[in-house]
Design a protein around this ligand. Sequence first.
Ligand code: UD1
Ligand code: CA
Length: 452
Amino acid sequence: MSLSVIILAAGKGTRMRSNLPKVLHPIAHQSMVEHVIDSARSVNSDNIYVVYGFGGELLQSRLSGDDLTYVEQAEQLGTGHAVDMASPFLTDDEDVLVLYGDVPLTKVSTIEKLIAAKQDNGMALLTVTLANPSGYGRIMRANGSVVGIVEQKDASAEQLLITECNTGILLANGADLKRWLGNLSNENAQGEYYLTDIIAMAHGEGKSITTAHPDSEIEVEGANNRVQLAALERAYQLRKAEALMIAGASLRDPSRIDIRGNVSVGSEVQIDVNCIFEGQVSLGDDVSIGANCIIINSQIGQGATIKPNSIIENAIIGEQCSAGPFARIRPGSVMHTNSHVGNFVEMKNTTMGEGAKAGHLTYLGDAEIGKKVNIGAGTITCNYDGVNKSKTIIGDGAFIGSNASLVAPVTIGKMATTGAGSTINKDVEDNALAVARAKQRNLQGWSRPSKK
Ligand code: UD1
Ligand code: CA
């Protein structure tokens, strides 16, 4: 059977106090509505209808996918009216799932439970029992079966005691849904077309109304302001952290990690506090990440150690390498096995050969560094002449003395040596020593200037 998903995203979100439509506010790496779209895709939806009200252009420019159809709800006349905006697109024999653009943490497994709960000639509701049900629509049951939903503002004192609440998420047949939506009225306390009124209609037609439930309340919570958004963010992060721990990683403190994308881990991975991971990151077996590291779209090989305060972006760190503390490894950099960059070393578009080392205070840009090269402290590859970028090539086993300027394009031969403090702008042959600095003069008995 085909499945269409309607995502309600028309609310203005006044309480966000933002120019951005509410559903575009982010949880981790993506907007709330993108999380919901991902969930819809994960249950193999055929079409996704995004019902928008404000900021439609912005919304459409931020979202992508052939399966998305944007449906405007010019005036917010209620959740039933919002869903009805998508009615012209729905076919009679499909299932229709209603989700909410500001409820981003519903698990796919929960939506699957809802789909499984629906009987052929019925509809299914996701409900949750809350200690404090205030504000929610209440699920009315007779002899155990759902017979309707009453909104907080329309409820009697007795109905307000009901703790089983409507999450808003439901699943119904297309023909049923269109028929029911067409019969809604707005004669209620809020003067709105309530989606929830279709439940009594379904019951009146003798349809079976079955329910499913989330594993936790957070799955069905929305964000109306930035405080609630931050709470969802923390819950999302804890979920990601727990998944990493279940996968075998040790986190020094699961409440102090931020994952804005996907991290895959091998065994015996250790992650210290306050690390941020963005995009796609993979950490091999026995990798150790120190405190305060930021790692973006990178692979860290087996046994590598990233020491505190390092930033690694679009880079590949080989097996048994070490980097940091305070290393900055920028896009296009590759560290081969057992190479090392130490504190205050910046690399950009640079390859470090196997066993090569740059221990301290160095800039390596557009460089190809051979095996077992030693780069002295204070080495700078001068890769930019103000217009063009050029390459520095350093052969296997070369030794670059401290405080060298390597003016690219330049090639240092294998096993070559450059003297400390040299400015090297001519190629150096294999095995040669290049010294390029003023000769030292010692003036004997030199008397320093005295104060006048
Ligand atoms: C709704 C439910 C209530 C449920 C609660 C769960 C109805 C009538 N009530 O109440 O039973 O317990 O959600 O949070 O459905 N929206 C539109 N267009 C509209 C109106 C709303 O897109 O015209 C969107 C809002 O942006 C929001 C969602 O629908 O994302 C829910 O709307 P809201 O007004 O917050 O409904 P509640 O009063 O919370
Ligand atoms: Ca609400």
